[in-house]
Design a protein around this ligand. Structure first.
Ligand code: EPU
Length: 299
């Protein structure tokens, strides 16, 4: 167990033994032993450089809305606490990684800028959205992404435009050890009422088709090419299936719910059961879409 961190890290804002139930929307997991919370880009760079210098690994946490933690995590976790303001220049909006993704789509709508409507129901931070190229309704962040800033695993700052091969369906090359710091989206002038109407329609559709009132981490599995994981799980007869406090949503089968105090073991067992049943029934192996953190002794 890591009982202390180097001075350079202890000097940064940090907390110890924070339950993942408070750090993730799903609420499954044990304790985050070391939570480092840089409040400026300079602190973030100092943090990543110090970890790199000491040869310590790190994990990066955003809004925790797409994360399943399967136990206590000893590895230092970096969660940026950067200012959340939004800077406008013409049709471009620049935000830090800590800015809310839904909030950015709301701001764009208020300003009569179109292009972020897809994000109206996708929770989490803009950093998380960038790292996983968040999307919905056939649209995704990379389509409006003008540039983005991040720290390399060595702590060097890079600002660049997206390049071919860097982003794909629910994936970016940043995943892993790059720390997203912020992004600029390039939108188009639009009609405020029409933008709001599109967002309201999407929200209403989501409200009717997704279990928004329960603790969840969004869709658990990726959609296989040309199909929907939710449809496949549903057709395998698993809606409402429960293991302890973990349940396949009866509303949308690709949402697995924490009914209150689901343990990591229960939750993982339900995921495995779903994968096995879908493979047996449909011959398709589902791949997790949710990010999973295993405790170091299991990794
Ligand atoms: N369906 C079922 N049963 C279910 C769920 C869905 O039969 O239990 C059917 C629906 O009736 C529909 C089809 O499957 O015909 C597709 O369902 P839906 O429109 O809900 O879309 P999805 O493919 O299941 C994707 C994204 C969601 C996003 C919605 C809306 C993935 C893995 N999922 O879901 O994203 O909100 O489209 O755009 O890409 C997420 O990323 O966490 C997420 C929830």
């Amino acid at each position: 167990m890591l009982t202390s961190l180097p001075d350079a890290l202890m000097a940064l804002p940090h907390r110890r033994d924070v339950p993942f139930s408070r750090l993730t929307t799903l609420g499954v997991g044990g304790l985050c032993r070391w939570l480092l919370e840089p409040t400026t880009e300079a602190e973030a760079a100092a943090c990543v450089k110090a970890l790199h210098r000491e040869g310590l690994p790190l994990r990066i946490l955003g809004g925790g809305s797409n994360l399943l933690v399967l136990g206590d995590i000893e590895t230092p976790v970096v969660r940026l606490a950067l200012p959340k303001d939004c800077h406008r220049e013409g049709t471009r909006l620049t935000v830090s990684a800590s800015h809310g993704h839904i909030r950015l789509s709301d701001t764009a709508a208020d300003l009569g800028l179109s292009g972020m409507e897809y994000a109206s129901g996708i929770p989490g931070s803009c950093g998380g959205a960038l790292i996983m190229n968040a999307g919905a309704h056939g649209r995704e962040l990379v389509e409006v992404l003008a540039s983005f800033r991040y720290l390399t695993p060595e702590g060097d700052l890079v600002e660049q435009r997206p390049e071919p091969g860097q982003f794909a369906y629910r994936w970016s090359f940043l995943r892993g050890a790059h720390l997203a710091l912020g992004c600029t989206v390039d939108l188009v002038e639009g009609d405020r009422e029409a933008i709001r109407a599109t967002m309201d329609t999407a929200r209403a559709r989501r409200k009717g088709s997704q279990p928004l009132g329960s603790r969840n981490a969004g869709c658990i599995f990726k959609n296989p090419p040309g199909d929907s994981a939710g449809r496949l799980i549903d057709a395998a007869g698993l809606k409402g299936h429960r293991l302890g406090q973990a349940e396949v949503s009866a509303v949308h089968a690709n949402f697995l719910l924490n009914l209150g105090s689901a343990s990591p073991t229960e939750f993982k067992a339900l995921m495995d059961l779903v994968r096995e049943r879908v493979e047996a029934v449909h011959g398709i192996r589902l791949e997790p879409e949710v990010e999973m953190w295993l405790p170091e002794n299991n990794a």
